[in-house]
Design a protein. Structure first.
Ligand code: AMP
Length: 170
């Protein structure tokens, strides 16, 4: 099954010049959704992952399923101000301005093996922030998993040192 054909390109969203990779067309197809997740999970079955860190919001959908299948915990990395309890924050640079991710400070214990999950790797700033948050809590990031990678943006360079996987590359 060619998963690429389940990804919808939406030009000029959320702003002019950006081609948004819409994964809702994959999520709404039961067979494509299951196949994509099975492929994302397969490489990590023997890694004894303790926590999957999913990045808001599409990383929650993928990461939640992965944690369930791996039999480990799920930790949300959220946009600022969303988490109710004491949190750690990591800021990162966007094309214009900055953004940040937060994680509950008791979400990961020292030495735990962490897998970071998001739908798409663009410049890599978001995933790097999530990895740094996991490390701030003493976690060991053993992998970063994406459904889609925009290779021409060279996000992997920013994530050098981490094992990075993606299913679909553009
Ligand atoms: P980056 O930090 O540049 O790697 O951006 C990755 C984050 O932005 C992910 O959470 C993606 O969901 C989102 N994102 C960036 N570019 C796109 C795109 N072209 N289509 C869909 N999502 C995108």
């Amino acid at each position: 099954m060619d998963l690429e054909k389940y990804i919808r390109d939406v030009p000029d969203f959320p702003k002019q010049g950006i081609v948004f990779k819409d994964i809702t067309t994959l999520l709404q197809d039961g067979d494509a959704f299951r196949l994509a997740l099975n492929r994302m999970i397969k490489k990590h079955l023997d890694e004894k992952i303790d926590k999957v860190v999913g990045i808001e919001a599409r990383g929650f959908v993928l990461g939640g399923v992965m944690a369930y299948k791996l039999g480990c915990g799920f930790v949300p990395a959220r946009k600022p101000g969303k988490l109710p309890y004491r949190s750690k924050r990591e800021e990162y640079t966007l094309e214009y301005g900055t953004n940040a991710l937060e994680i509950h400070e008791d979400a990961i214990r020292a030495g735990e093996k962490v897998l970071v999950v998001d739908d798409l790797l663009a410049t890599g700033g978001t995933a790097l922030a999530a990895a740094k948050l996991a490390e701030m809590l003493g976690g060991q990031v053993v992998g970063i998993e994406f459904l889609i990678e925009l290779g021409f943006l060279h996000g992997r360079d920013k994530l050098r040192g981490y094992p990075v996987h993606s299913l679909i590359s553009y």
